[in-house]
Design a protein around this ligand. Sequence first.
Ligand SMILES: *Cc1c(COP(=O)(O)O)cnc(C)c1O
Length: 473
Amino acid sequence: MRWSDFAQWGRRVSDWAVNYHEGLRDRPVRAQTKPGEVAAALPVSPPDAAESMETIFADFETIVMPGITHWQHPRFFAYFPANAAPASVLAEYLVSTVAPQCMLWQTSPAATEMETVVLDWLRQAIGLPEGFAGVIQDSASSATLAAVLTMRERALGWAGNTSGLAGQKQLRVYCSREVHTSIDRAIWVAGIGEENLRRIPATGANRGMDADALDKAIRADIADGFLPAGIIACIGGTGVGAMDDLTAIMPVAREHGLYVHVDAAWAGAAMICPEFRHYWEGIEDADSVVFNPHKWLGAQFDCSAHFIRSPDDLVRTLAIQPEYLKTHGAEGIINYSEWSVPLGRRFRALKIWFLVRAYGLDGLREMIRNHVDWSGALARRLGAEPDFEIVTDPVLSLFSFRYMRDGAEPDALNLALVQAINDDGRIYLTQTRVDGALVIRFTVGAFSATEEDVKTAGDVIVEIARNLEMPHG
Ligand SMILES: *Cc1c(COP(=O)(O)O)cnc(C)c1O
């Protein structure tokens, strides 16, 4: 395979991409493969002789594609979306062709300067005030890790990186029970330890952290000789969309001088619509905010927008400047690798630039508003069925429900239902637990979803539920 053959294959792949997207509704959303099937179809050893692109491509279609769960399927209602809008795919195509490394300004000036500009576009788009600086992290998990490291170093007077944590006061970080597991991982990796991540009970319909309980926990920890470092607030929890009340948490944080990181990985995209910003009222006082344009917004994975109040604190935590990474003779430039854990960085700003220009903020707002409306309509429809119960009301486009049948154990019934739905393949849903009970989640987010797709989802759910045969015993 040489560049001289590339044009032919590039055209073939683009045609394939368009056909794939046009035919998605005919494919089962979740892969219907058995564990081990794909591996069994692959040779155990690598080829010594070169193979033709024709053979490789044929194998891609016969071996790989049947084992794919179609995240771009318009009837993907599981997890949260991981959209790849066509304009952002084009940008990625260009980026993978040019393949620059964007760790320093001088290793890719255009990537660095565009990153500064498009992150500021996003800042304005989601209504964050001036004074937040943005950086693209590969994922929300990485942004949260960077924030946790920053809160750790700030609390330790910048001594953690040099002296380690042994001999320091034991750190404490606070969050609700609704946060994503990436918070736990960041706490582990930062050396703080799971036992020092204090889970504050969530209260109310929004399942937000109880601010009084938070304040009491901090005071008790200080009295017991611990060192509180920060709070991680959740705007749009992964289970059922829990929303912490920032207006209640921020005063507690300020009183104790704690760093606040806000995880809005999924819900942040909806803040491009001013009518949803009430969910994160108080956000202007956060120290760090992450949201994923690679989820709902449509920038293909990976692309996490991380906004920070004080980039100096982040850089002080993460920057290392050996001689070979110094850029001499250029003042006032940003080297974004000093803002993140990995050194090497892809040119991710380009897909944001393509995305926002190709659809306009208005186009993206319309998509999000539609998803919220369609999801709300489906929740009302299921709620009106005698044998369905809405367990958590829609938060943006996410709600959860249960199917009820006399004599059937509810958890087993709903697990059987979600499995039957996914085996059917017309739609894809996932489950979670709410106060111990197994519930089915529903969220509209696919870039190509239509109102018809959401109505189909309602038909499929009701049809499969009513025909569900429960195993006896
Ligand atoms: C998806 C999600 C994450 C993790 O995002 P990655 O970018 O995959 O690391 C973290 N927090 C919340 C609330 C999420 O929904």
